[in-house]
Design a protein around this ligand. Structure first.
Ligand code: AMP
Length: 444
């Protein structure tokens, strides 16, 4: 099937050609005809499947015809759980709508100044992409006229539910006219999501896309057993010095750990920055732009912050801490292997992570093969993983890092850091201990 057979507006097809897409992805093949026919849909599809275009192309197709209602309010409203995802959706709208006549896309996100948003909302808007909390503020102040709204998209609805935004989403749905088409995209379609769908969608068509296993096929998943924080840090440093690693996202359990680890990696000579929800929007946008432009090699992030990141250059995802929820594992590793590329996802696991690891493997239906780096072998030997003899990671090609070869200051600061952790004989992995070890290094 080609994009032409989907009967999208010719100016949208022209933008698709510019994007280099030759065939629609499975979610696009299934969703676009239903949406053009005017149906509500409830689709289980993850990021990386092409779901943004699956809703944005039919949305733009609507915009190619003038609205019959005379108003300046949005014709399309997209709600996303995170600011990053919202910006990504806005970028997609601009990219696919670039040949249509003056499509105005506005993002209304938390953490951004109100006066600018008030100004944007006082002008005509075609596509409004928003995070729920901030949008409610503007609705309550009467700043948005929804009289010509034609389509409501709930992107990553499961995540909005997890993050406690679903009440806000339902409030928004109540505040807008009921004549619009509603689309719900979610990585999982469990009973909680089904309940929300029953309240918000009208006889939706259900679309279920590729199981997780299929989607992760282009990502090599590796496991490294770790003994303690010092071991984790030495392994991480080793992996980051591989020249085949072009860009990486390293995931930590907490915002504080993301900051601390990014600081420590910088001290070791890696180009690293943190990304998490406590940062202001300007800093977050600046960091993501650097990543997108390839001028940032290592991003240290928390789950929520990294959720919408779609950067083709990410070759590696490293789970410095395993995620709490198996579903987050899939989201995390999906940051690599974008747009048909292959990727490597490395997870560090200690003896205490056994149950978590099992949950992840059950969820993905894939046993993660354990690897060892010669010279950095763990003392810990798991007993309950039959047939899983650790593989030696092929000897890593080291990046010639300026900090190692030329800059003696940085080199010595790294040795200090390492020495300090090596001397830390407490191998407990409790957050507290970890925080303390981090603090020691930070205070150096
Ligand atoms: P998404 O699932 O919306 O996050 O999209 C994942 C990636 O797939 C993005 O980089 C898109 O640019 C890309 N993409 C979307 N549709 C297609 C397509 N039909 N062919 C190739 N790449 C696509």
């Amino acid at each position: 099937m080609s994009f032409e057979t989907l009967k999208l507006h010719p100016l949208i097809l022209k933008a698709i050609v510019d994007s280099g897409y030759s065939t629609p992805t499975p979610i696009q093949k299934q969703a676009i005809p239903e949406l053009l026919a005017g149906h509500d849909i409830m689709a289980s599809a993850q990021t990386g499947t092409g779901k943004t275009a699956a809703f944005m192309l039919p949305a733009l197709h609507r915009l190619a015809t003038a609205s019959k209602v005379h108003s300046r309010g949005p014709r399309i409203l997209v709600l996303t759980p995170t600011r990053e995802l919202a910006l990504q959706v806005s970028d997609a709208a601009t990219k696919y709508g670039k040949y249509l006549h003056r499509i105005k896309v506005v993002s209304i996100l938390g953490g951004m100044p109100y006066p600018l948003q008030n100004k944007l909302l006082s002008q005509p808007v075609d596509i409004l992409v928003a995070t729920p909390g901030r949008l409610i503020d503007h609705i309550q102040r009467g700043r948005i006229n929804f009289s010509r709204l034609e389509m409501l998209v709930l992107d990553e609805a499961d995540r909005m539910l997890d993050m406690g935004f679903i009440e806000d989403v339902e409030k928004i749905a109540l505040a807008i006219p009921t004549t619009h088409q509603t689309l719900m995209f979610s990585a999982t379609l469990d009973s909680a999501i089904a309940k929300v769908a029953t309240r918000l969608l009208k006889s939706p068509k259900r679309i279920q896309i590729a199981k997780q296993q299929a989607k992760l096929d282009n990502i090599e998943q590796r496991l490294h057993y770790v003994d303690d924080l010092s071991h984790k840090n030495r392994l991480l440093d080793h992996l980051l010095r591989d020249i085949k690693l072009k860009q990486a996202i390293v995931f930590t359990a907490t915002k504080r750990d993301a900051d601390t680890l990014a600081d420590n990696l910088s001290a070791q000579g890696h180009e690293a920055l943190a990304l998490h929800g406590d940062m202001n929007q300007r800093d977050r946008t600046r960091t993501i732009t650097k990543l997108r432009h390839g001028s940032l090699r290592v991003l240290v992030a928390t789950d929520v912050a990294a959720r919408g990141i779609n950067v083709v250059g990410i070759t590696h995802v490293i789970n410095f801490d395993l995620p709490k929820f198996a579903e987050d594992y899939v989201h995390r590793i999906g940051r690599t292997g974008r747009a048909g590329a292959s990727g490597i996802a490395v997870s560090f696991a200690s003896g205490k992570d056994g149950v978590n690891l099992q949950k992840i493997e059950r969820f993905t239906g894939h046993r993660i093969v354990s690897h060892v780096v010669p010279g950095l072998e763990p003392r810990y030997k798991p007993r309950s993983r039959p047939g899983n003899t650790p593989r030696a990671t092929p000897s890593i090609v080291r990046k010639r890092s300026r900090s190692w070869s030329n800059d003696s200051n940085k080199r010595s600061s790294f040795s200090n850091v390492n020495g300090n952790w090596n001397n830390n004989r407490d191998h407990s992995f409790s957050n507290d201990k970890m925080g303390n070890s981090f603090k020691n290094v930070r205070n150096k």
